[in-house]
Design a protein around this ligand. Structure first.
Ligand SMILES: [Zn+2]
Length: 319
């Protein structure tokens, strides 16, 4: 069976209006919960778990702590790691899942997969789409500037990911199932333009700008859902991020690695990067956080890294 996934139903509503009487498993992180718990008194929290690593072993160990408890629904409150852990745990428990993002930091809130770390790379395992996503734009606007709109990197990666996809096509290196599709490419470019246009507004916490960023994230995810792979938005910039993490250590925000990855790869691809740089800066993505020595080491090992992890062909394979 092949499944074409859907997006979560999104309710644009204040966290303080959320009412849940069913006994809920809360998956969250302490920093996120400290900020929003006073607004979420409507939840009936029966148990709480905090994920600190992106591995199935860790998530399964957390799940074993609540075995035997009466739980009817999972609420994931926080960022990307929390959402990924929540999706895995809800899928294993066979429970519905509601996600409450506290920042628009990644596209993981909208996808059917969870990213896990294995052997120094990031892999995506199928878990479940959140049935409901509660988007409180006031909460997002109040998030720390550096993560509030960092999900722009998962839309802007279209700039370099699509370039790679076309490059692979020209070299005859797209395997069956990942064939280059011009209308999908063109749709992705349109989403990229939409996100570049909203970057200033989203970056300063403007509600309409954040809503547009959410629209672009949702459309990027659904486009990938339709084609069944992530080539329109994942390429050398993500490979750079996955590889660099081996040198920076875990725990860096996704955007802090993908943002520089977009700039580095777009330049190597010969693209005009001025608009990209302005958009990333408007969304407060730090472009100088990775030490030069780590960037150099990453680029040196990247071709063999891409081969070893069997990543779909892109510019990173040829550096
Ligand atoms: Zn990503």
């Amino acid at each position: 069976m092949k499944t074409l996934w859907n997006l979560p139903t999104v309710d644009l509503v204040s966290f303080s209006e959320v009412e849940e009487t069913r006994p809920a498993l809360l998956v969250t992180s302490t920093p996120a919960w400290n900020v929003v718990s006073s607004q979420l008194r409507g939840l009936n929290v029966a148990a709480t778990l905090e994920a600190t690593e992106a591995t199935t072993d860790h998530w399964d160990a957390l799940r074993s702590k609540i075995s035997g408890q009466q739980l009817d629904i999972v609420y994931a409150v926080g960022g990307g790691l929390t959402a990924d852990a929540g999706k895995h745990i809800a899928a294993r428990l066979g429970l519905p899942l509601t996600v409450l993002p506290t920042a628009l930091s990644v596209d993981a809130f909208f996808t059917a997969a969870s990213g896990i770390r294995r052997d120094g790379c990031v892999y995506y395992i199928e878990t479940q789409v959140p049935g409901r996503l509660i988007l409180d734009l006031d909460v997002i606007a109040a998030a720390p500037a550096a993560i509030r709109a960092a999900g722009i990197t998962d839309v802007m990666s279209i700039a370099t990911g699509c370039w790679d996809w076309e490059f692979a096509h020209e070299q005859g290196k797209n395997p069956p199932g990942m064939e280059f599709v011009p209308w999908v490419y063109n749709n992705a470019q349109s989403i990229l333009n939409g996100v570049l246009d909203c970057a200033d507004a989203a970056g300063r916490g403007d509600r309409e700008g954040l809503k547009t960023l959410y629209d672009c994230l949702a459309m990027e995810v659904q486009l990938c859902n339709q084609v069944g792979h992530a080539r329109p938005e994942e390429g050398s910039e993500h490979y750079f991020a996955y590889c660099a993490e081996n040198f920076t250590g875990h725990g860096w925000p996704h955007g802090d690695l993908v943002g520089p990855g977009i700039m580095i790869m777009a330049k190597l691809q010969g693209q005009d990067t001025r608009r990209y740089e302005a958009a990333l800066e408007a969304c407060h993505i730090p472009l100088d956080r990775i030490p030069a020595g780590i960037t150099d080491r990453t680029l040196r090992v990247l071709p063999s890294y891409c081969q070893r992890h069997n990543l779909p062909f892109g510019l990173a394979h040829t550096l």
